[in-house]
Design a protein around this ligand. Structure first.
Ligand code: T1G
Length: 689
């Protein structure tokens, strides 16, 4: 409880006024915080005994930005812009004391202060673009004036924060606090007064506003951000800083911001922001459930997935043992890891010393006994139930009591795997996505007997590995792959009825996916699915024919597309088109022109339909969990919010009616609208509303 209002306290350190905000958990700049700040600044400004002011925050971080949950609500004064104008009008030095993550509006507020003192571990940045926005409180006009347009644009378009040391080097902060932050900030204020340092505002600087190289930097930074509105708006706003007077640039920034905040893309990205945080909360998890400690890990299987998972542990500083059945396979796996790290270093994504440190955390071993010391063991062997059960039966013998036993299966029954042990309460699924050291999603599978603290341990581990967790129940393919299977069936049908692989790809890439079903299967390898179909007695007319013709995908240089050596660019293949036309003819199907709209509907609506079944069965707890799985695991465009959010946006009635139409035309009952969709439409509701 502050003395200005519930969130703001005004204290004194001699002749220094210290304004302290306290709005846990991240000091979001909600209305109460802004009005309390405004009052405190007025008070400190009017008090002749105050010679300088420090703005600081209690808790784990300086202001982490505007309160995202206030967006779309009626604006309440003072706005952040008004508080910032008040700071700039202060007749005495204002020093921002930065700790934790000074982000968005919080960092913009700091840029309006005369000086910035940071804790050594502080990070600062403008991540608004990740919410489909741009910095709306002057960041696009002040930051370029401080560090130059190119550097500013990089921070704004990537949304990535800077560490305190780099911020000092770039002249963003004036000092790194040696001891207590607020004390250092107050001392800095005192020195500024004593040395009569000019109260120079960033808004008045233009010596760094050089436009040379800006256009190239903008093109490079935005080339991979196809379909998104916010990056282009960021470029326009920063360009304005170069060509327009400050106030005009500020006015334009605000116009661009208002347009984006009211737009569909930002609403979708804000949905994903909150859904991602909700997904980490497991309904029914007993209050106070503590995760088990993990100091050491083991990974069984040094294949592509096993190697990537081992890198996740090393990247997080956790020692890991990679275990194989023989030296050859082990060294092949370790060599692949070293090659991956070397490639990252070559791209400038990692320093050579840091690479050596991480490689040093990965040990290799032959035989499961090497897993005896680990607090977590992740099995990543070939996708075969008997093999996995054998591994778990052996792990049950060697792993220490209380170790978390996890399987990286992407489809199989986790309860059946757990059943091979005497400790099913310690078994969960941890489904990583390829490449495991890159993809951010971790689908955590809750077995029928998984203990709450086993789940809590997997969730806490996901955070340590920098993954976005989503907890799902046991069923074939869990959430993501189960929905994907529906898309694959329709994708094959589209080819039989008249579409060609490049047309399906084009429609889904235009929709915003990084690639369509066929390029994705070529990347994963068609032989994997072929073997699984054979083991389940299932058939895919065209894909089976391609496999029989040796078209296994990128690994054989040909799949649904052809690939030139060293390139992943899919090239239409006349041989594939011949196989497709022959298959249609054999089935007596009269081919027809299929429009992109139909391609999108027929590949996405069946997934939404399956998502509804998954929700109804309780395999996923919330529609937002499904959205998070698709955004972080399958490249669903974040600015479309996820398949379930998308369904609500276009209207469930539309989805229901199109599904009914396609079910009727194809005779495939699995396309009939799921019971949940029918129910929600009848109640005039959507998945989330
Ligand atoms: N507004 C509202 N709630 C927020 C919030 C925010 N800015 N940031 C976090 N929360 C909630 C979050 O939902 C969760 O709630 C809890 O705080 C802990 O968050 C004008 C327009 C700061 C790095 O984009 O990146 O300023 O689930 O689990 O992992 O230009 O939160 O507990 O109920 O994420 O330690 C710009 C967003 C806003 C930063 C901390 N700022 N936040 O990570 O905790 S736009 C951002 C983060 C803006 C101006 C513009 C992270 C974090 P709950 P958490 P964390």
């Amino acid at each position: 409880m502050g003395n200005i209002n519930a969130s703001i306290d005004l204290r004194r350190d001699g002749r220094i006024a210290i304004v302290i905000a306290d709005n846990p958990p991240v000091n979001a700049l909600k209305h109460e915080v802004r009005s309390g700040l405004s009052q405190a600044l007025r008070q400190a400004g009017d008090d002749a005994s105050v010679e300088a002011v420090v703005i600081a925050c209690a808790g784990r971080t300086f202001f982490a930005g505007a309160d995202i949950s206030e967006f779309g609500q009626p604006p309440q004064a003072p706005s952040l812009g008004e508080v910032i104008a008040q700071i700039e009008a202060m007749p005495k030095p204002v020093v921002a004391a930065l700790h934790g993550t000074a982000l968005g509006g919080g960092f913009e507020l700091a840029l309006a202060c005369h000086f910035r003192v940071a804790a050594s571990a502080a990070r600062m940045g403008l991540p608004e673009v990740k919410l489909g926005l741009l910095p709306g409180a002057g960041g696009t006009q002040r930051l370029p004036r401080l560090i130059g347009p190119e550097k500013a644009l990089r921070m704004i378009v990537t949304g990535e924060p800077l560490g305190a040391a780099q911020a000092l080097a770039d002249g963003i902060v004036d000092e790194i606090a040696a001891g207590d932050l607020n004390t250092a900030a107050a001392a800095f204020g005192r020195r500024a007064v004593a040395e009569r340092r000019p109260l120079r505002l960033i808004r008045d600087r233009d010596d760094k506003l050089i436009g040379e190289g800006f256009a190239d930097a903008a093109a490079t930074l935005t080339q991979r951000l196809r379909g998104r509105e916010a990056p282009a708006a960021c470029v326009e706003a920063v360009r304005n800083a170069i060509v327009l007077p400050f106030e005009e640039g500020l006015r334009r920034e605000s116009e661009l911001f208002q347009k984006l905040v009211a737009g569909d893309q930002s609403k979708a990205q804000r949905h994903v922001f909150f859904a991602e945080r909700e997904a980490a909360k497991v309904p029914g998890m007993p209050e106070g459930t503590k995760p088990r400690p993990i100091a050491r890990a083991a990974v069984i299987g040094a294949g592509t997935m096993g190697g990537g998972i081992a890198m996740c542990f090393a990247n997080a500083g956790i020692p890991v043992t990679l275990i194989e059945t023989g030296d050859d396979l082990l060294h092949k796996g370790l060599d692949r890891i070293v090659a991956n790290y070397r490639a990252t270093v070559a791209r400038g994504g990692l320093g050579p010393d840091e690479m050596e440190r991480r490689i040093g955390l990965i040990a290799g071993a032959v035989g499961l006994d090497a897993a005896a010391e680990a607090e977590i063991v992740i099995e990543a062997v070939f996708e075969d139930m008997n093999l996995k059960r054998r591994v778990f039966a052996e792990l049950d013998r060697v792993a220490k009591p209380g170790a978390l036993l996890a399987t990286n299966t992407s489809t199989l029954d986790v309860d059946a795997i757990a059943g091979a042990t005497s400790r099913p309460q310690d078994v969960v699924g941890t489904h990583f996505f390829s490449p495991a050291n890159v993809m951010r999603l971790l689908e955590i599978v809750r077995g029928a007997e998984s203990a709450p603290d086993a789940l809590a341990t997997a969730l806490a581990l996901a955070r340590r590995l920098g993954k976005v967790p989503a907890v799902v129940g046991v069923c074939y393919g869990f959430v993501g792959n189960r929905m994907l299977a529906r898309r694959s069936v329709e994708a094959e049908r589209l080819l039989l009825e008249g579409a060609l692989p490049h047309e399906v790809e084009a429609a889904l890439v235009e929709f915003g996916l990084p690639m369509g079903p066929f390029a994705m299967m070529d990347l994963a390898g068609l032989d994997v699915g072929w073997l699984i179909r054979k083991s389940r007695g299932e058939h895919a007319v065209i894909e089976d024919a391609l496999c029989e013709a040796g078209h296994f995908g990128q690994k054989t240089g040909k799949g649904y597309f052809r690939y030139q050596a060293g390139s992943r660019a899919p090239i239409p293949d006349p041989e594939v088109e011949r196989i497709i036309l022959d298959a249609s003819a054999e089935l007596g199907i009269a081919r027809r022109k299929i429009e992109p709209t139909e391609i999108v509907e027929r590949t996405i609506f069946p997934m939404i339909n399956e998502g509804a079944r998954i929700l109804d069965e309780g395999i996923a707890a919330r529609p937002g969990d499904i959205d998070v799985i698709w955004v972080y695991g399958y490249g669903w465009p974040v600015w479309r919010g996820g398949p379930m959010y998308y369904a609500d946006r276009i209207g469930l009635e539309q989805v229901r009616d199109r599904l009914s139409f396609y079910a009727g035309r194809s005779g495939d009952d699995s396309l009939r609208p799921a019971a949940l969709i029918t129910r929600l439409v009848a109640e005039g509701r959507g998945f989330a509303v």
